[in-house]
Write a new protein. Structure first.
Length: 94
C-alpha cells in the first residue's frame, strides 16, 4: 500500500490559485462577450439584408391595399357547419 503524504498549501500557492481563477473567469467572460457581439452583428446584417430585399414588396403593399379588389366565386379559407333538423332529414331520405 502506498503511503499518501499531504502537504498543507502555502499562502503563496493559495494566492496564485485565486489570481489564476480570476484570470480564467475574465478570459471566459471576454470570449463570451466577443461571441455575443459576433452573433449580434450577423443578426443585424441578416435583418438589414432582408429589409433591403423586401423594400419593393413593402412599397407595393402600401400602394395597393387589400380591400380594393374582391375576387368573386373563390373561397380561400372557410368552414361549414350544417345542422339538420328532423324534418330536413325525413324529407331527404325517401
Amino acid at each position: 500500500m502506498p503511503i499518501e503524504t499531504t502537504h498543507p498549501s502555502s499562502l503563496l500557492r493559495k494566492v496564485i490559485g485565486v489570481f489564476m481563477t480570476a484570470a480564467l473567469i475574465c478570459l471566459v467572460l471576454m470570449f463570451s462577450v466577443l461571441i455575443f457581439v459576433a452573433v449580434l452583428t450577423v443578426g443585424a446584417m441578416a435583418w438589414g439584408y432582408l429589409w433591403w430585399k423586401t423594400r419593393g414588396l413593402r412599397k407595393q403593399m402600401r400602394n395597393h391595399p387589400l380591400g380594393d379588389e374582391v375576387i368573386r366565386g373563390e373561397v380561400i379559407e372557410g368552414e361549414v357547419i350544417r345542422v339538420a333538423d328532423a324534418d330536413t332529414r325525413a324529407s331527404q331520405n325517401p
